[in-house]
Design a protein around this ligand. Sequence first.
Ligand SMILES: Cc1cc2nc3c(=O)[nH]c(=O)nc-3n(C[C@H](O)[C@H](O)[C@H](O)COP(=O)(O)OP(=O)(O)OC[C@H]3O[C@@H](n4cnc5c(N)ncnc54)[C@H](O)[C@@H]3O)c2cc1C
Length: 376
Amino acid sequence: MDFELTDTQKSVQAVFKKFVDEKVKPIASEIDRKKEFPHDLFLEVGKLGFFGMRYPEEAGGTGMDIVSYCLAVMELARGSMSLAAACSMQSLMATYFLYRFGDEEVVENYFRKALTGEKIGAICMTEPDAGSDLNNIKTMTKVKDDCFILNGQKTWITQAPHADFFSVLSRTDNHEKHSFFLVPAHYKGVHVGKNIDKLGVCASITSEVAFDEVKLPKNYLLGEIGGGTKGLLEILAEIRIMTAALAIGVAEAAFQDAIEYAKTRVQFGQPIGKFQAIRIKAADMAVQLETAKHMLFYAAWLSDQDKPRQKEAAIVKLYASECANSICDEASRIMASYGYAMEYPMQRYWRDARFTLFGGGTNEILKINIARELGL
Ligand SMILES: Cc1cc2nc3c(=O)[nH]c(=O)nc-3n(C[C@H](O)[C@H](O)[C@H](O)COP(=O)(O)OP(=O)(O)OC[C@H]3O[C@@H](n4cnc5c(N)ncnc54)[C@H](O)[C@@H]3O)c2cc1C
């Protein structure tokens, strides 16, 4: 067993830490308050190679391992969950099906441009009547001799107003299983609806998208007809590991702020960190955070070794997201009224952490998955 990060992993961590401390932290509260997507920062993340970290060099990526990817995600989420969520979406779910199944035209015009951030992608799976139950989607694509015609309604789509293309999960009229299609945002019949006003991740814009008789060329089917669920399963573990990294990043930010506050806030003649009640809270938070990190690196390591990791990925996503919410709550209590003030970022961490409870699959669904992995 080797718990030491490699030189490359350390250097990825250092690069993203510096970027977050210098560029992200100073504006994170402002973009959250204005509910404004930080497009310039997004492009800078692209310049750091983040969007291509999980794709091989021959495809235009940097071919990094998932441990390195998690280190970068954790740092981004420590600075701004909104930026981290938008960037993670671009680096994984929005682009994976283009990389895996796209022909030359799709790869050149969309995938490679998404690796730099020149084009923005979004993943469209959730519908008004189908969240966890994706088998029940209504979006339907008619298969014609020379094209596809797609109709449907999606909701909760991250990056929708800024997206240049969508990877859309749809039924087809000739197969019981679902398929992914590439839908360019400028095509006739694509309508981005109203933005959803959210509690957290406010600078990552989330909207409804409607598809009305959208005509697609044959090469915009990503994979086989009916191959959508199989394709999704290929990256499901990675989506969950990435979501755990988001949770740990925001928990780290809340934890650091609370410890700093406990050292400097004086009541009854001494720093509040000297009171046993606060010390126990800090110790409990540290135990949760360290445990979640070790579980994260174990699941990421399994993934890098190409070993079975579905159960570990579900466990770490579940544990890290629950811990993140508990840590943000306790950290906010340590700051008491100041944790409640909009002037300080603590309330943002608390709001943003909630997203990780259902992003990447709700924790109730994950418990069902874990029980299934146990043979129940
Ligand atoms: C900020 C944000 C960004 C998002 N971005 C995207 C995106 O880019 N693309 C996209 O496609 N979607 C996106 N989503 C949607 C997200 O993936 C779904 O919200 C999520 O899958 C849960 O679906 P739901 O909210 O409809 O809940 P539901 O599935 O309706 O669940 C409601 C409750 O019932 C429970 N439940 C459901 N089924 C079961 C069961 N079988 N057993 C036990 N309990 C059950 C759930 O755990 C939950 O507690 C986003 C959501 C948010 C909040």
